[in-house]
Design a binder for this molecule. Sequence first.
Ligand code: IPM
Ligand code: MG
Length: 371
Amino acid sequence: MNEMPGLYRIAVLPGDGIGPEVTAEAVKVLKSVEEINGPLFRFQTGLIGGAALDATAAPLPAETISICDNATAILLGAVGGPQWDSKRPEIRPEQGLLQLRRRMALYVNFRPAKVLESLIALSALKPDRVRGTDLVIVRELMGGIYFGNPRGIFAKNGERMGVNTEVYREHEVERVAHRAFQLARLRRRKVTSVDKANVLETSRLWRDVVTRIGRSYGDVELEHLYVDTCAMQLVERPTRFDVVLTNNMFGDILSDEAASLTGSIGLLPSASLGERTALYEPVHGSAPDIAGRNRANPVATIASAALMLRYSCRMESSAVAIEAAIERVLKRGVRTSDMHGKKRPVTTSRMGDLIAEQTRKLLKSSQFRRK
Ligand code: IPM
Ligand code: MG
């Protein structure tokens, strides 16, 4: 495959907390790819979340929307923090991210969780149980209880009542199901669809539609699990999963659970895809407790940048080089403070430097030059 990508516009939205620190390292690694392959990217930075609220009173300002509308892909850090919890509870930093997902019509979210042998001791579970775990949570991202109406806190019979509504339309389930089956074909050809069909109508519809779509992927095995069973199986037998397809809310919860299998939530990338501009962000949050201290783990954001090269820039070999660089650096025992090891932890920027350097080295090697 010829990798002559032209110029990609990358919207960089650092956000809050450790967001600016980790996105800076991902940009550093992308620039190391440019050093070898020539100019590829035009970066434009925009405000989102609490940082945007402070500057403009909106969590997703118009200027950021226009940067994103014109971008090939969006690289995001994290949003939120305690300082915005109480000020105006009806406007929260998280809304910036939720609005962006809807605005860009990002209906599917891939969250891969892979246990690396070199980090197996960090897993929350015993090594023998997690060894070989390699799964992807495919989370529906534009619907469900996150966005359904009616919603709000209403006064009724002299007390307050909180209301949220879960809604799924058939086409919303269909399109995310297709993405899950297509992904499974590139992997071990197994889809586990997760729902709560014993209780919820939305889940019964979900199961029905997924079963129907599954018939056109006869080469992919399909099973259905209730979400409570899935939560249990994830810790009891995580290696049984390949592609886990689920709704917005269950996917949010199960992806944090899956993250803890891998040793640190600081490792996990994600890709949110629709029909056009895609968004890449770490699964972790803004970690305000360590923000600004050069302590955060940039690996999840760097790995998200690799996914960006794969899905938005058609630069598969560079994506593989970054992923291999991450694995090599971790294998050497380099750790940030979230991955407490025996050695002294390195800083955020040091981790970024080492991965950038390793990426350059790999891209120069014959294995990557052929493409
Ligand atoms: C995630 C986060 C977000 C979500 C928040 C920050 C809105 O938890 O991406 O998993 O719930 O989707
Ligand atoms: Mg979450």
